[in-house]
Design a protein around this ligand. Structure first.
Ligand SMILES: Cc1cc2nc3c(=O)[nH]c(=O)nc-3n(C[C@H](O)[C@H](O)[C@H](O)COP(=O)(O)OP(=O)(O)OC[C@H]3O[C@@H](n4cnc5c(N)ncnc54)[C@H](O)[C@@H]3O)c2cc1C
Length: 381
């Protein structure tokens, strides 16, 4: 996500860019992705907002419901997202977003099937080596290789992202498989004693994307994403209310994921290399800000590079200093929210408000304004 966005933003400033991707093809895993207004502003600046709108679904709000009877526990309206936050909110399908970005990236910039294994850098140049024995040199290297970043490990060492104690199942439900009007026009969070089920329309309302999250002490799978089944998912949510259960029972292909997150990387930049997106600041998906913050990073980095063509070291350090406070806070907010997914009583709701107010100086309303209302295009410095 962040790598392709950086390639587009940089090439629009005239930089000659290459994207080295380990997979032999560029297809992306088929799940939903909320593109919140702060991130949509980046698509707007790159001339891609209309393409994103055509491929997506605009929810009317975010609703938290008690899964037992559907009672509303909390609500954030999105009908006026453009007025309140400066851009619309889109629920998208990851492969659609990927293909919008890939087709906007300069032809021939994408080199698939190149798994990076080594990075070298000093104050004047940088180089990469790949598993197939090839290598590449560049003025600047951007490590946007995700949560298990090789670039970060080689440059800075330090611990990998850790399992958070929560796992999830992800699946798409075709709307044809559901009774007419089954799902409302919102992003719904069904909370119950097993965990919570997030559901929203994607692909112009033809599918419902489902993410079913529950606590699990250990993640014993070798990979962080593995094929699962509808039966396994349903067994994990046996205490959920009827509506959430019937949604899960219509699932198509099901995958399960361990949710991993990291502490803020102490340093992103060394010589002529820097980090971007999950490689720098992997976060839990509670506010849907992982990809969003990688889009913000990508735009900011391109602006810093364009403003300091004569001193790339200054550009990379400036980018890191500008982005780190926001991404560290997003990581912390996302970690905090895990505790508050279930808000059945007024006391629980008050406790959540109190925590955000005392720890971050934010009410819920202010927090959404801080996350979604941010304009990465005007505030890249
Ligand atoms: C359940 C779940 C739900 C989520 N929902 C949302 C959401 O609604 N909104 C949101 O904004 N975010 C969401 N996220 C987070 C989001 O998916 C990630 O934060 C985002 O994809 C990070 O973007 P990135 O560019 O940093 O890394 P990625 O998108 O992970 O891209 C990294 C790329 O690097 C490649 N790569 C890795 N290692 C190498 C190597 N050694 N050599 C070459 N290539 C390599 C990978 O193949 C991959 O293509 C969710 C995450 C999860 C798990």
């Amino acid at each position: 996500m962040g790598g392709l966005t950086a390639a587009i933003a940089l090439s629009r400033h005239g930089f000659d860019v290459r994207v080295y991707e380990q997979s032999p093809d560029l297809g992306a895993f088929g799940a939903g992705l909320a593109i919140t207004p702060n991130a949509v502003k980046v698509f707007g600046a790159l001339g891609l907002q209309e393409k994103l709108r055509e491929a997506s679904f605009e929810p009317e709000g975010l609703i938290w419901r008690d899964s037992r009877d559907g009672t509303m526990q909390n609500h954030v309206t999105l009908i006026d997202a453009t007025k309140r936050f400066g851009a619309p909110y889109f629920n998208s399908y990851r492969p659609d977003v990927h293909s919008i970005l890939a087709s906007a990236a300069p032809n021939s910039s994408i080199k698939a099937g190149r798994r990076c294994i080594g990075v070298e850098t000093n104050n004047n140049s940088a180089g990469l080596s790949f598993e197939d024995g090839s290598s590449a040199e560049a003025d600047v290297i951007i490590g946007c290789d995700g949560i298990r970043s090789r670039v970060r490990r080689v440059l800075f060492g330090g611990p990998d992202a850790r399992y958070s104690g929560h796992m999830c199942w992800r699946t798409l439900v075709p709307v044809d498989a559901l009774p007419a009007g089954f799902h409302d026009m919102n992003t719904d969070n069904w909370t119950g004693s097993d965990g919570f089920v997030l559901s929203y329309y994607v692909r112009q309302g033809r599918f419902v994307n489902v993410v079913a999250v529950r606590p699990q002490e250990h993640w014993n799978e070798e990979s962080w994403s593995v094929p699962s089944s509808r039966e396994e998912m349903l067994a994990g949510f046996s205490r959920m209310g009827d509506k959430a259960q019937s949604l899960l029972s219509k699932a198509g292909e099901v995958y399960k994921w361990g949710q991993f997150a990291g502490a803020p990387a102490a340093q992103w930049t060394k010589g002529r290399a820097t980090l971007l997106g999950d490689a720098a600041h992997a976060m839990l998906a509670t506010f849907g800000q992982g990809a969003a913050s990688s889009f913000e990073d990508a735009y900011a980095l391109a602006e810093w590079m364009a403003a300091h063509r004569d001193d790339y070291g200054m550009a990379l350090n400036g980018y890191e200093a500008a982005r780190k406070p926001r991404t560290s806070r997003l990581q912390e907010l996302s970690r905090t929210e895990v505790r508050f997914k279930r808000l059945r009583t007024p006391v629980q709701r008050l406790r959540r408000e109190w925590t955000y107010l005392t720890r971050f100086g934010l009410t819920t309303n202010h927090m959404y304004r801080w996350i979604y209302g941010f304009n990465p295009v005007d505030n890249w410095r």
